[in-house]
Design a protein around this ligand. Structure first.
Ligand SMILES: NC(=O)c1ccc[n+]([C@@H]2O[C@H](COP(=O)([O-])OP(=O)(O)OC[C@H]3O[C@@H](n4cnc5c(N)ncnc54)[C@H](OP(=O)(O)O)[C@@H]3O)[C@@H](O)[C@H]2O)c1
Length: 329
């Protein structure tokens, strides 16, 4: 399989966006970082927010110009930094057939474009810039000069300048120092959704609860079970990031290593692989996309009900009681 191209600072020309009117829609995790980083490197940027938005005060305190959502239609470049389930409605209400000139729309995740949730008009070129981390990381790494890497994609029918503009924006927000990885909307959408569902969010939370609950069911006190599981996750996760899964295992005790290798044989069998295939198909077939659209229309009722069950789990109670740091929401 050919390696994907990785662009560096020398591949980018910020001049391509200098003087263009850039509107960042939303001032949450990514919106704040995009807006501040673009502002700090001299770009003409403002944030579009709802009239009564709770984010308004923060944007003003940061010295960022704020406009109405309707004014986004006047921009040359529109960066959609609002939750994914809000994209279609926002596009239909505020952008579709509203502009007199060709505009670039930047998505920070690929799903809505890949699953055809938006009926674009011909005034819009579409780009994906997906930073590899939350907005706080993007901002901190911009300020430190290290930069945070990102994915970049353009749609097959986008104009030639779309990629140059994508590279210029990614560079201006600090991604080129760490690498701008070329991809497709499809690969970003599926990789992001499957990765978070099977491992980073669903897999990790589910496995943590299952193991904690088993220890407590078999007689350990909740605090003891917490210290043997939740309290040590961060250390092992950072070892995996630094050394890789096998590298982490090579660095733990021989007891932990040999026992864990045996446990992996029991856990990750054919049955497990079939379950992973089901999750993959749920994502790749578009079934999850339909589920999400439905949930968004219904105020996320089912999602809230399922989260409530997890909030009542003894592992969550233990984390709230014995956890020492951090925001646990
Ligand atoms: N967070 C991450 O780690 C991360 C990483 C990579 C990519 N992404 C992608 O980045 C995008 C933004 O995610 P995020 O986590 O930064 O979002 P977020 O923090 O949840 O965004 C909240 C902001 O969006 C505004 N907003 C919400 N609905 C709106 C609407 N209908 N119209 C106008 N403004 C609206 C909110 O304004 P109010 O104050 O009015 O509610 C608030 O300013 C998504 O596509 C996401 O997939 C996120």
């Amino acid at each position: 399989m050919p390696e994907s191209r990785v662009y560096q600072t020398s591949d980018c020309d910020r001049g391509k966006i200098k003087g263009k009117r850039i509107t960042v829609v939303g001032y949450g995790s990514q919106g704040r970082a995009f807006a501040l980083n673009l502002r700090d490197c001299g770009m003409d940027v403002r944030v579009a927010l709802r009239d009564s938005s709770p984010s308004l005060a923060e944007a003003k305190a940061d010295g960022i110009e704020v406009s109405s959502l309707a004014q986004a239609a006047d921009a040359d470049i529109i960066i959609l930094a609002i939750p994914d389930h809000e994209h279609t409605l926002f596009y239909d209400d505020c952008l579709k057939e509203k502009s007199s000139h060709k505009q670039i729309i930047v998505f920070l995740s690929g799903a809505n474009v890949y699953y055809d949730n938006i009926d674009f008009d011909s005034r819009h070129d579409v780009i994906l810039i997906a930073p590899h981390g939350p907005g706080s990381d993007l901002r901190e790494k911009y300020l430190s000069g290290a930069g945070l890497s990102c994915f970049l994609a353009i749609t097959p029918n986008a104009s030639e300048k779309a990629k140059e503009i994508g590279l210029a924006i990614a560079d201006a927000i600090g991604c080129s120092q760490a690498g701008i990885y070329e991809t497709t909307f499809r690969d970003e959408a599926i990789g992001d959704l499957f990765g978070e569902q099977a491992l980073l969010v669903g897999g990790l939370a589910g496995m943590t609860m299952a193991v904690f609950d088993k220890l407590v069911d078999r007689g350990l006190k909740p605090e003891h079970a917490y210290l043997e599981t939740v309290a040590q996750l961060k250390l092992l996760a950072s070892m995996i990031e630094k050394y890789g899964p096998a590298g982490m295992m090579a660095r733990v005790s021989k007891t932990a290593l040999s026992g864990s290798l045996m446990a992996m044989l029991l856990l990750f069998n054919e049955d497990f692989d079939q379950r992973l295939d089901k999750i993959y198909e749920f994502v790749a077939s578009g079934e999850f996309n339909k589920f999400l659209q439905n949930e968004a229309c219904n105020g996320f009722v089912k999602t809230r009900e399922m989260l409530k069950l997890l909030q009542d789990d003894p592992c969550q109670q233990a984390a709230e009681t014995f956890g020492r740091t951090g925001d646990r929401t």
